[in-house]
Design a protein around this ligand. Structure first.
Ligand SMILES: *Cc1c(COP(=O)(O)O)cnc(C)c1O
Length: 223
């Protein structure tokens, strides 16, 4: 097995106080998660509902699970009882469904709004303008069982550091804008989730509070 404990500590050594590590464990078997858990890691991220459900049933109950993938509205009900954070919310429709399902379990679910800033084509994420529109519209304020805790983004998959830095700083500046305009009175709107295995040190320089690191801890995924 990949030396998960060693890799985890190497990553943790690069992360300052105030930045949290979400260990991205998708496609990795339970024993890999257990190895990280044994070293004290408690926050894990998964991107497929079925795989997550399987792991939740068989791994320790004090793990905080983050859903990091694209979530279909019809899957929300399965994760609503236990999910700690849903990181990639990119529509009012999804926000409303999370609210509805969370209410059934008498919970408030923390979510992040996913920004689409990278130049690559992807179907997911809100452009800054679409995100402004969603927040300006205000319907989210009435959703009492969902709490918007910050923003999430994925930078372009490139080796061009300047490009990655530019995108992450755009996200950080956008965070300041929406924080001032819509969340000034909410100290719990504070998360900036960017940075993956290849760019998390850069993300930390660009004011990330939450890095999502998979491969650097668990090795290459076997699909
Ligand atoms: C898979 C994934 C990660 C982790 O990627 P690594 O390159 O393995 O660190 C982070 N964020 C999201 C949204 C992912 O889907």
């Amino acid at each position: 097995m990949y030396d998960v404990a060693k890799n985890l500590h190497e990553v943790l050594d690069n992360i300052p106080d105030g930045v949290r590590l979400v260990a991205i464990s998708k496609y990795h078997p339970n024993e890999y998660l257990e190895a990280a858990y044994a070293e004290g890691q408690r926050v894990f991220g998964e991107s497929h509902e079925q795989e997550l459900s399987q792991k939740v049933k068989t791994l320790p109950g004090d793990i905080q699970w983050h859903f990091i993938g694209h979530l279909q509205t019809n899957k929300v009900k399965y994760i609503a009882p236990y999910i700690s954070m849903i990181e990639a919310v990119d529509s009012l429709k999804l926000l409303k469904e999370i609210n509805k399902q969370a209410a059934k379990h008498d919970r408030v679910i923390d979510v992040l709004l996913e920004l689409h800033i990278a130049e690559e084509e992807t179907k997911y994420g809100l452009t800054p303008d679409a995100c402004r529109e969603l927040l300006e519209d205000g319907e989210w304020r009435g959703l009492k069982n969902v709490h918007i805790s910050g923003l999430m983004m994925m930078a372009s998959n490139t080796d061009d550091e300047a490009q990655i830095r530019k995108e992450m700083m755009t996200a950080a500046d956008f965070f300041d804008e929406v924080k001032a305009r819509y969340f000034a009175s909410d100290p719990e709107f504070k998360e900036r989730s960017w940075g993956m295995s290849h760019d998390y040190p850069l993300a930390i320089q660009c004011r990330s509070t939450m890095v999502r690191v998979g491969t650097a801890i668990f090795g290459p995924r076997v699909y």
